[in-house]
Design a binder for this molecule. Structure first.
Ligand code: ATP
Ligand code: MG
Ligand code: FE
Length: 338
């Protein structure tokens, strides 16, 4: 099968062609980061307009690079949520038009299922498995008893990890998106500022990062008021250590409780070097297999959407032309039916 997948949920316009749910024939990602940088974050209206400008050439490029003809395609997949409503709309409309024109089935796909199944493009996922989803808008522990069936056992109660990274980065005067800058600075640090860890109630798999973010802002403001020098790298390291400790500890505890065969890391923050190293070391020690996507498949891309859509395509679970962008689409509700 050949699935053409479209992703426009946030600030990347991306189109991919995926063979048999596994092989990436093309995966074009047109990032809008340079456009949004001067605003310090993603501006929804600007994002929609950029998607409109870029979507057609991105589709053409992805088809061209894949080396297959439009008439060879088996299905069109598109991210229908969650994400920015106006941004989602652009991808959904493009996908519907293509599906209609080519008389192909349409598969409305969940963005976070995409992040998780990015792993299936390079690894063999085994069940039950547990996914740690860390991205710009989500921080979740997702249990999958079998392929394509999602159960969220923990989630953030306030900021997502990526969001916290971006806010801390901003306070440390880095441009948007600041996650990679904080990561780099943390690696360079000699020593760390001591910061709190939000464990929440015993046994809870939920997360909270807004208190940590406030603690960072306090440290910055207090040293400023006292006219003292602050080593930003030690702040970055302290922040990163707190985040990694909590993410690692809760993931391992949940993996043990549910007796999973694998831990699967995914989402934009899965590119974080500190997190990749810490989880790898801890999983080695516990004898728990850990899957991590290559850097190129951590941030938003359409290949991962094609991989998730394949789960539904092979079960014949296709969507009607009626789909629309759903900013708050539920992951659990998107689970496969059979
Ligand atoms: P969602 O997937 O929840 O809808 P999103 O698609 O906007 O949100 P992603 O593209 O998956 O998010 O991830 C982007 C986030 O990842 C940004 O917040 C960015 O700062 C963060 N990020 C990227 N690289 C790193 C890194 N090395 N360390 C920490 N954070 C990082
Ligand atoms: Mg993005
Ligand atoms: Fe994402």
């Amino acid at each position: 099968s050949y699935i053409l997948a479209i992703e426009t949920s946030c600030d990347e316009t991306s189109v991919a062609v995926i063979k048999n749910g596994k092989e990436i024939l093309s995966n074009i990602v047109a990032s809008q980061i340079e456009t949004h940088k001067r605003f310090g974050g993603v501006v929804p209206e600007v994002a929609s307009r950029k998607h409109v400008e870029t979507i057609t050439v991105t589709i053409e490029e992805a088809v061209e690079e894949s080396g297959i003809a439009l008439t060879d395609l088996s299905a069109i997949a598109v991210t229908m949520g969650p994400g920015l409503v106006g941004a989602l709309l652009v991808g959904v409309v493009a996908a519907k038009s293509l599906a209609l024109a080519l008389d192909l089935p349409l598969i409305g796909t969940h963005h976070i299922a995409g992040h998780i199944y990015a792993n299936q493009l390079v690894h063999e996922m085994e069940y039950p498995c547990l996914a740690l989803v860390v991205s710009g808008g989500h921080t979740e522990l997702v249990l999958m008893e079998r392929e394509g069936v999602f159960q969220v056992i923990g989630r953030t109660r306030d900021d997502a990890v990526g969001e916290a990274y971006d806010k801390v980065a901003r306070a440390l005067q880095f441009p948007y998106p600041g996650g990679p800058h904080v990561d780099r600075l943390a690696q360079e640090a000699e020593g760390a500022v001591e910061l709190p860890r939000a464990w929440l109630e015993p046994g809870s798999y939920d997360f909270s990062f807004s208190g940590l973010k406030s603690a960072v802002l306090n440290v910055i403001n207090q040293t400023k008021m006292r006219n003292e020098n602050l080593d930003f790298s030690k702040v970055a390291r302290g922040f990163q250590e707190s985040v990694i400790d909590v993410l690692t500890e809760k993931s391992i505890r949940a993996a043990k409780e549910y007796g999973v065969k694998q831990l699967v890391l995914c989402g934009g923050v899965a590119a974080n070097r500190g997190l990749r190293e810490a989880l790898t070391a801890r999983c080695d020690k516990e004898g728990l297999p850990l899957l991590i996507p290559p850097f190129s498949l951590c941030s938003d891309n359409a290949a991962m959407i094609g991989a998730a859509a394949y789960l539904k395509w092979k079960r014949g679970e296709i969507t009607t032309q009626e789909i629309k962008g759903e900013p708050t689409l539920s992951l659990e509700a998107w689970s496969v039916q059979s």
